[in-house]
Design a protein around this ligand. Sequence first.
Ligand SMILES: [Zn+2]
Length: 293
Amino acid sequence: MYRLGIDLGGTKIECVILDPDGRVLVRKRVQTESEKGVTHILGNIKKIIDQVTDGVHSSFSIGIGTPGSISVKTGLLRNSNTQCLNGQPLKDLLRDELKQDVHVENDANCFALAEATYGAGRDYRVVLGVILGTGCGAGIVLDRKIYAGNNKIAGEFGHHTVSFENGRLCWCGRTGCVETYVSGSGIEAQYLRKTGNRDSAKNILSSSCKEANNLKREFYEVLGISLGNVCNILDPEIIVMGGGLSNHGPLYTVVRKQIKKHTFSDTFKTGLVKNRLGDSAGVIGAAMLPACS
Ligand SMILES: [Zn+2]
């Protein structure tokens, strides 16, 4: 069976079709145009699917990756950065629009699934995929299946607390969340508070001014402590890094040492590596959802 995947982002919608061997047959991107509202976004998804499946005569499954998650209690989407989709029964709306069942999953889980199957984690049974981009998220894949958890929050790495006193306020309402220290938006916000200047996290991490150095030190340390926490509980075989900040080289040397320091063991053989599928991981993972979640 052919597998169709959609990566529903705040600014773009990407769509692929995978053949039964996991090869990408077709790929297309359109703008999300989220400012035009829910109905318009659903219409854009329908349109891109019609375009990529034109000429495909066999049936296909549909998986969709999106920021946020569907509440177990209400069935409504929550915590998406596409604000108009929050509080919407996204899965039902998509089923009505597309006239077939769809699988919907958090985008970090899709990233982890793709990397665990075709990417840097493909030789391992227990894979943690971490995205450090504008925000910070993670997914856990066990034997090539997403482990979503009892409350569907497994892998919500960005919102575990690492600072109890004077912890920074997070958009989720709590203080001291990892995301406020190691995500692009967290680093940029702190740089602005300290210097009064706006700059990108990428520039800040490659700068050597005093405040950038302080933030870098904090970035390495908090990431080391927080990934060490995860290792002490999950003890994955490999950690695959994704998102814009995964290109920052010292992650794989300096942060690895920090993780080791905070792990309750005298050995630390867990790999900490960069993703192999690049920007495509999310949409490929989405296409795999119906078979792997
Ligand atoms: Zn938070």
